[in-house]
Design a protein around this ligand. Structure first.
Ligand code: GRF
Length: 195
């Protein structure tokens, strides 16, 4: 699932070309038409769909439609790779526990859609990225992996976000590979890798 330029998606597309990586990307969905990430998917021959939420549209209805659109591809894992909408109860009833998201801050600090901006505004010296299991909250799910980056005095929102995206991409690939190829379960907010 994407909403934008799809550099995280591109990393997944590239990784998936190696069968040993252990995933097949069955579809790429976006809530926004015309974004670069969709073109990346099309270029790689991956089926795409767009499911926009109209301004003032019914959120529950949108969520039901999104659930059906994703369910049509019957994925084992749903990856939110820069998908900027919150999914709702229907979606989580079907895909909860097997949908991951990546966030450009060290959760629980700076949740929401402005992680790098909020980190700069607060003046932290270290930020980073978090990969977590999506739940009904805003960036509150079980943390699967985190990686830090130093914030320099001359960092801007843009330069910090670019630094974060470097570690974010590598971490998303590692977690995706592990989830796809190992047995795991979550107990008390901790992921246990069983083999
Ligand atoms: C990532 O930093 C993601 O965590 C954030 O938006 C960025 C997505 O970038 N929500 P891209 O669309 O994969 O280039």
């Amino acid at each position: 699932m994407i909403s934008g330029t799809g550099t995280l998606l591109q990393a997944l597309i590239d990784a998936a070309t190696d069968p040993a990586f252990g995933i097949e990307i069955v579809a790429v969905g976006s809530d926004r038409p015309g974004v670069e990430g969709l073109a990346r998917a099309e270029g790689a021959g991956i089926p795409t769909f767009v499911h926009p939420l109209a301004r003032g549209g019914d959120r529950a209805e949108w969520d039901r439609g999104l659930t059906a659109a994703v369910a049509a591809y019957d994925p084992d894992l749903v990856i939110s790779a820069g998908f900027l909408k919150l999914v709702g109860a229907d979606f989580l009833a079907r895909f909860g526990g097997r949908m991951i998201n990546t966030h450009p801050a060290l959760l629980p600090s700076f949740p929401g859609i402005h992680g790098p901006r909020d980190a700069i505004a607060y003046g932290v010296k270290v930020s980073g990225a978090t990969v977590f299991l999506v739940d009904e909250g805003v960036d509150t799910g079980v943390i699967l992996a985190q990686e830090s980056v130093r914030v320099s005095d001359d960092d801007t929102v843009e330069t910090l976000h670019e630094k974060i995206k470097v570690v974010e991409r590598a971490m998303l690939l590692d977690v995706t590979h592990d989830l796809a190829t190992r047995d795991w379960r979550v107990v008390d907010r901790k992921v246990h890798w069983l083999r």
